[in-house]
Structures are given as structure tokens and as C-alpha cells.
Design a protein around this ligand. Structure first.
Ligand SMILES: Cc1cc2nc3c(=O)[nH]c(=O)nc-3n(C[C@H](O)[C@H](O)[C@H](O)COP(=O)(O)O)c2cc1C
Length: 170
């Protein structure tokens, strides 16, 4: 698959089959995650794999949607704030880093025939507590992952003309 076809095929899946995810696919996906770039190569991230029934229920209690509960596995991507690069003006870069690595995850999963969805609208305080995270580790995104039980919707995106800004130096 070309990168363009993978980007076209990735979509926010909101219904999953109760089907096991093969370990070799997960290994492949995390090999891609590991190669993600990060500011000053700090790699300020952890990826918590949640697949047991008990832990899945706990994660579900942080984002209470019927579709979310169908996922056989969740990957909770966290920012390690004590490892992220901070620019001289104080701007922290962990959010950017975790987004790049997480999208590597989603694209690699798509290539492997799996489906995902970015979920950020969860109860972060509750999730941090359930995962026993330290104060330096912030849950940034939950990725439900599995085999899709729904079909992709047509993509709604701005036209290139709306997002490309040509040089205007006067
Ligand atoms: C940072 C981020 C946070 C998101 N959070 C949620 C969320 O909490 N719940 C949800 O259902 N979708 C969430 N989404 C999915 C977006 O709604 C979705 O990516 C967007 O509508 C485009 O659709 P597509 O992913 O199918 O192309 C999130 C996406 C991103 C990138």
C-alpha cells in the first residue's frame, strides 16, 4: 500500500468485532511507533496496552460510549513530562511528540488491516488514577484498536487551496 492509500483508508472506527489481535501485527505496529521522530529525540512517551476484561472495563469507565466498549484492546498513549523537550520560551513539546507517534500507530494498524480511533475526550484524572500514573505522566490519547465492524464514511476535508499558504512577503 502507498502511504496515500493508507492515509485514505484510515478512519475513525466506532464499532469493533470481538476478534483477537495477532501478536505479530502488534509487534509490527509498535516497531513503527518506535521510529517516530520527537523533539531533541526525547521520545517522551509510554504506550499502555489494555486488553484484560478487568482493565478494559476500567478504561471504558473513563469514556462512557457504547461503541467504545466494543474494542477488544485499548492503547493509552502517555506523555512523560519529565522527559519532553521544552523550548527556551517555555513551550512544551510532549503533545506534538505523542501525536506523531500515535498517528504512526494508527497508520501502521490500518496497513495491517486493523481499525482505530483517536479518543481524547476522556476523564484524564480518572484514567491516570486507574493506571497508577505518576504526576509526571499524562494520558494524552486512548486508541481503541481491533477489527472493524463498521465501514468508513466519506472523508470530509478542506480543499488544498484552503490550507496551503503561498509566500506573501511584502
Ligand atoms: C486529537 C484528536 C482527538 C479526537 N478525539 C475524539 C474523541 O474523543 N471521540 C471520538 O469519537 N473521536 C475523536 N477523534 C476523531 C475525530 O473526530 C476524527 O478524526 C475526525 O472527525 C476525522 O474523521 P476520520 O478520522 O474518520 O477521518 C479525535 C481525533 C483527534 C485527531
Amino acid at each position: 500500500m502507498s502511504l496515500l492509500s493508507i492515509a485514505q483508508a484510515r478512519y475513525s472506527c466506532r464499532n469493533y468485532l470481538p476478534r483477537h489481535i495477532e501478536q505479530d501485527k502488534l509487534d509490527y505496529i509498535f516497531s513503527c511507533v518506535r521510529l517516530a521522530p520527537s523533539a531533541v529525540n526525547r521520545q517522551p512517551w509510554h504506550f499502555h496496552i489494555v486488553s484484560s476484561e478487568a482493565m478494559r472495563r476500567k478504561v471504558q469507565s473513563c469514556y462512557d460510549r457504547p461503541w467504545f466498549a466494543t474494542a477488544p484492546m485499548y492503547i493509552v498513549a502517555t506523555i512523560l513530562h519529565d522527559q519532553e523537550w521544552v523550548r527556551a520560551d517555555g513551550k512544551r513539546h510532549g503533545d506534538i511528540d505523542i501525536a506523531i507517534a500515535t498517528e504512526h500507530l494508527c497508520l501502521a494498524a490500518t496497513e495491517q488491516g486493523l481499525a482505530t480511533c483517536w479518543v481524547c475526550n476522556f476523564d484524564a484524572e480518572r484514567l491516570a488514577s486507574l493506571l497508577h500514573l505518576t504526576a509526571d505522566e499524562e494520558p494524552a490519547v486512548i486508541i481503541p484498536i481491533g477489527y472493524a465492524a463498521d465501514t468508513p464514511r466519506e472523508k470530509s476535508r478542506k480543499a488544498l487551496a484552503e490550507i496551503l499558504c503561498s509566500e506573501q512577503i511584502n
